[in-house]
Design a protein around this ligand. Structure first.
Ligand SMILES: [Fe+2]
Ligand SMILES: [Fe+2]
Length: 147
């Protein structure tokens, strides 16, 4: 796997771990634990969506315009759900049922990306673009190369 793809896949794995943490905090019913996990989950999610929109999607929007358009629409939906949930978390009313809608959509979205844009990324005709993507992702992470 190219390090740029691994970097993005690691984000998905991190989001999956945070989703599981959030679900168990919600089950436990400790409101301040929910708030704490939510803050980390939301920051990780928004940073991931921004990175894909800024650096990944433009590489594929020429050849795969329809798929990229659909993924951008899914991002808008995820942001909308996250802002609603974020408000609920601030108000300490976040509920497992409402959070589960966001988490289910996020999981489906990540699976779809793994099978489409993440796979296509490695077949880009210009490998230099992949290096530029990796550079951008690494800079975002504060210079730490993961994987
Ligand atoms: Fe995405
Ligand atoms: Fe993603």
């Amino acid at each position: 796997m190219h390090p740029a793809r691994r970097h993005l896949a690691d984000d998905h794995a991190r989001l999956e771990r945070l989703s599981a943490e959030l679900e168990s905090a919600l089950e436990g019913g400790d409101r301040s634990a929910v708030q704490e996990v939510w803050t980390r989950f939301e920051a990780t999610l928004l940073s991931h969506l921004d990175a894909e929109e800024r650096w990944l999607f433009p590489l594929l929007s020429g050849e795969h315009a329809d798929e990229v358009k659909a993924l951008r629409a899914a991002h808008a939906r995820l942001r909308h759900l996250a802002s609603e949930e974020g408000l609920a978390a601030d108000l300490r009313t976040l509920r497992r049922e409402t959070a589960s809608e966001l988490l289910a959509e996020l999981r489906a979205h990540a699976t779809r990306e793994d099978e489409t844009v993440y796979a296509w990324l490695e077949q880009l005709p210009e490998p230099g673009k992949l290096e530029q993507l990796l550079d951008a992702l690494v800079r975002r992470a504060g210079g730490i190369v993961t994987g």
